[in-house]
Design a protein around this ligand. Structure first.
Ligand SMILES: NC(=O)c1ccc[n+]([C@@H]2O[C@H](COP(=O)([O-])OP(=O)(O)OC[C@H]3O[C@@H](n4cnc5c(N)ncnc54)[C@H](OP(=O)(O)O)[C@@H]3O)[C@@H](O)[C@H]2O)c1
Length: 285
């Protein structure tokens, strides 16, 4: 029987991927990767085997990956003293050294052409994986709907739904939908060697407003602002300037379809339709 490992399994995406994987294959064939014994405990209590490894420590990864056939590599959140690119290189090289046969990697939608500052590390990692000689599925996730929680909370708490992405479209889906698709790819016996553009149904912020109005009793003003006014609003509401700049830039990218796609890959990997936006918004409220 194949052995499966999910990295980042103590996080949101990896935890969901473990859960969906356990619906497809025996729990005894699933291993989570955690950075510490402390964090591993919760997963062990759920009946998962857990090994300890850190993307910044190559040897820990080689040891953790031994005997694993199919690895779901959840991209690192952090670029600290050791850059995200080095961390990702460690994971791919260690997988190869340990004899892993297949890597599923969580990348970013349209990574190769994206203007997003996040894309560089993903393209770097995709290339490493393609050159590694291992079988692969590049899982290019579009935007998590959960990323909009701050805008939604502001609408419900201070009565203002604020954005500057204009009529730009975003292919939002729930994190759990991407995670289930990843688990499906991992548990398949396909070699794939394929890039998946995993996208929800295209929607604008006006559509998100309508979904929120549908899913909540909240009354809020809708402010579709110019970038400078969006930044001012964020700073006036205690968002640190660097993060405000990032968010405003993100919205300008969204205006230019940076996170949009008409790909059906997510539906195809899930084998069903996606959760409609108003139901998905209700779920994250
Ligand atoms: N497409 C999108 O909209 C979107 C949005 C957010 C994030 N992302 C990407 O998707 C990934 C998963 O998202 P998430 O929501 O699950 O994030 P999360 O909840 O923060 O989980 C990140 C996981 O990565 C682990 N990790 C971080 N650095 C590590 C290292 N050096 N070595 C080993 N493990 C490490 C964390 O371990 P600890 O528990 O020990 O911290 C955690 O398990 C993120 O890392 C990010 O790259 C995509």
């Amino acid at each position: 029987m194949a052995k499966y490992m999910v990295t980042g399994s103590t996080g949101n995406f990896g935890g969901l991927a473990l859960y969906y994987l356990s619906k497809k294959v025996a729990k005894s064939d699933i291993i989570g990767l955690a950075r510490s014994e402390d964090k591993a405990k919760k997963l062990r209590d759920q009946g998962f085997d857990v090994r300890i490894g850190d993307y910044t420590n190559y040897e820990s990864l080689v040891n953790a990956f031994r005997g694993v056939d199919r690895l779901l590599f959840v991209s690192s959140t952090t670029s600290g003293e050791i850059s995200r690119q080095i961390q990702h290189e460690n994971v791919v090289d260690a997988a190869k050294e340990a004899g892993v046969k297949f890597i599923g990697y969580t990348s970013l939608i349209k990574a190769d052409t994206s203007q997003s500052p996040l894309a560089t590390d993903h393209v770097f990692t995709e290339n490493l994986i393609k050159e590694s000689g291992l079988n692969y599925a590049i899982l290019r996730n579009s935007w998590y709907l959960e990323n909009e929680k701050n805008i939604i909370d502001a609408a419900l708490n201070i009565g203002k739904f604020v954005y500057s992405a204009g009529e730009g479209k975003v292919a939002w889906a729930l994190r759990r939908e991407y995670a289930e698709a990843a688990a499906n790819a991992l548990s398949s016996d396909e070699d794939y060697d394929q890039i998946f553009e995993l996208a929800g149904d295209s929607a604008t912020y006006a559509d998100l407003v309508a979904a929120l109005a549908n899913a909540s009793d909240g009354k809020f003003e809708i402010l579709s602002l110019e970038p400078a006014d969006h930044k001012r609003f964020l700073i006036n509401n205690d968002v640190p300037e660097g993060f405000a700049d990032y968010l405003v830039e993100l919205h300008q990218g969204m205006k230019n379809s940076m996170l949009d796609s008409d790909s059906n890959d997510l539906k195809e990997l899930l084998g069903r339709d996606l959760i409609p936006l108003s139901d998905a918004v209700a779920e994250i409220l």
